[in-house]
Ligand binder design. Structure first.
Ligand SMILES: [Zn+2]
Length: 295
């Protein structure tokens, strides 16, 4: 079983603030998962789970140091395999690196970590750019994979508008204080016929429903826990249309009775109750256009 990285709190206490729901603006919550000394609370209006109170963005960035690099480099090839499978199911194939008119396609990975996934696209001929908040990770991606990586967030990276065919962010959106500003910036960088792929834990999945506060994704580095419905609503509010949803992972690995794993995994995938989801979204007003990345 893959353990989700959860950084340890530093010696310095972190400030935390109660924020309104980024999806509907409500302050009221109903339902709570107390976990690891923090709490996830569910918006009483729209159902989005948010960590409350929330640590500030600067404190979160400071958590991603050399221990995170060591965690990632131990597992990045395994993660890359999982990410490539889910992206492929959602229509994004690294091997398809040019548009029908021969134009070279461009990919932006936000939160590219060591660059293991992005390097597959670069090697296949895509114009590849990464954005990574952790300085040691960004340096690793540049030196080991030779990638073009901007260190910072998508909001500070200052990338040109309307240039990306594909924007990919795996296990990122649940870590951000302000997922709406992230989506706005993604929308600005996308070409009108481009698409966004998001991979994030599924708060409506079988494991989340079964385990609640003990769910492996209810950890202090996750600021929001999305479902297909709440992430879809957030995307819609920022001008995106969801045109593909997939989920995977059902019965927890190693949990008894073991014989239930195969049928529950298959059922979870079919019903959309998988533990992790991939969502592909395109810019709303341009949905009818033929997408460049799928020619
Ligand atoms: Zn809400």
């Amino acid at each position: 079983m893959i353990r989700t990285f959860s950084s340890n709190a530093g010696a310095e206490p972190e400030e935390a603030t109660t924020l309104p729901c980024p999806l509907c603006g409500a302050m009221e919550t109903r339902g709570e998962w107390p976990a690891q000394g923090i709490a996830f609370k569910r918006c009483s209006t729209c159902g989005l789970w948010r960590q409350d109170p929330q640590p500030h963005a600067q404190a979160i960035v400071a958590r991603y140091g050399d221990d995170y690099l060591a965690y990632e480099t131990a597992r990045h090839m395994e993660y890359r395999g999982i990410a490539l499978r889910s992206l492929s199911e959602a229509g994004l194939e690294p091997a398809r690196s040019s548009a029908s008119d021969g134009r070279r396609l461009s990919v932006l990975e936000i939160g590219c970590a060591t660059g293991a996934l992005l390097s597959v696209f670069a090697e296949a001929g895509w114009a590849a750019t990464g954005v990574e908040v952790g300085p040691s990770m960004a340096a690793y991606a540049r030196s080991v994979f030779g990638l073009n990586v901007v260190q910072g967030t998508i909001e500070t990276a200052g990338l040109p508008a309307s240039t990306c065919d594909a924007v990919v962010a795996t296990h990122l959106v649940e870590h951000l204080n302000d997922p709406r500003s992230f989506l706005r910036e993604v929308r600005r960088t996308l070409r009108h016929d481009g698409a966004l792929w998001l991979v994030t834990p599924n708060a409506d999945g079988f494991q989340a429903r079964l385990k609640g506060a003990h769910w492996r994704s209810a950890i202090r580095d996750h600021l929001y826990l999305f479902s297909v419905r709440t992430l879809g609503a957030l995307l819609s509010a920022e001008g995106f249309s969801v045109d593909h949803v997939g989920t995977w992972g059902g019965w927890p690995a190693g949990m008894r009775p073991l014989f239930l794993k195969k049928p529950v995994d298959a059922a979870a995938k079919r019903l959309g109750w998988g533990d992790v989801m991939v969502i592909r979204a395109t810019i709303k007003a341009r949905k009818r256009q033929e997408p460049a990345w799928n020619t």
